[in-house]
Design a protein around this ligand. Sequence first.
Ligand code: GTP
Ligand code: MG
Length: 357
Amino acid sequence: MKIGIVGMPLAGKTTLFNLLTGQHKETSAYSSKGTKNIGIATVYDQRIDYLSSLYHPKKTTYAAIEFVDIGGISPELPIKEKVEIFNLILDAEALLFVIRLFEDPAVAGEKDPIVQIENLKCELLLRDLEVVENRLERLKKSKKKLTPEELAEMEILNKCNQGLSDDQFLSNLEFSEEEIKKISGFSFYTLKPIIIVLNLSEEQFKIKSYSQKEKLDKVIQDGNMASLNICGKMEMEINQLEPDERQMFLEDLGLKESGIERLSRVCYKHLGLISFFTVGEDEVKAWTIRTGTIAKKAAGKVHSDIERGFIRAEIARYQDLVTLVSLHAVKEKGLLKIEGKDAIIEDGDIINFRFNV
Ligand SMILES: Nc1nc2c(ncn2[C@@H]2O[C@H](COP(=O)(O)OP(=O)(O)OP(=O)(O)O)[C@@H](O)[C@H]2O)c(=O)[nH]1
Ligand SMILES: [Mg+2]
């Protein structure tokens, strides 16, 4: 899964990127102007730790999220530069809006959180509107007679055009499944789920209070967005300490978990994602799927051959394995489910796929 880190200049994007990925990219009080950082963060999961302690596999693989940290977006940037920056996150599945609340006279940049959110939303709308208008223009100018598919596309794009022109995010419009399929190729920004990351100072973070809190809560709720508080600079510095030194400082901030642990939980919930596990002596591995995924599709995550030659899935509940300690005992108790291709996979399922190729 790939997630784009978006924000106005000097909001703390690279600080957040370092915090999440453990990298040490330069952060500075002077705008980085369009640099790009890419990194992978491991999504720790205690359940994987437990399974690994049970199987002693050669390899243990947690889920991972790829983060792309891009240059700051401000209304003054020339359109060409904005488009270049946004292109870096065209294929992102979700966006983090880094909103600065910390106050530091040495760091320039927009301070009003509502203005920051409105600016970023406006940029997403403009990018999508450009794409829609360009495509419509091209279809209208076409010398050839439009095919029925092209006519259908034009109809949907007109609907998008109208919504976007009224400042509506495409995620707010109603589309049929068929329509969603047709527009998915455009990777529209206003269809991507958004998580607001409020970058607070130590003081604000500890007392959970900052300017315009109620207004922010409302904007977040009305916009169907999720949110997360971070204390960016401090948390990044804690993360760069030796692991055994981190705990004390995290506790001082009132935290039990690292930034990536908190963020991945918010992401999974907001994006409707769950994990299933495969276990064995070779590898214990977490796989990320959408809620409601059926067994055959889940098999395809592991390998396309397994999806194609799917026979059945043998599924144990994670909690049953913890209670009974071995899959053998789970089976003896009659708790190992044998499921067909349409069975819905649930969070924490431990699956053995039977297949034939
Ligand atoms: N006091 C304080 N300073 C912070 C915090 N987060 C970031 N900063 C500082 O703000 C400045 C900008 O941080 P960056 O992480 O580089 O911000 P950015 O959004 O990546 O900036 P650009 O890429 O230039 O747009 C740096 O000097 C950081 O040390 C914070 O939580 N508190
Ligand atoms: Mg940066």
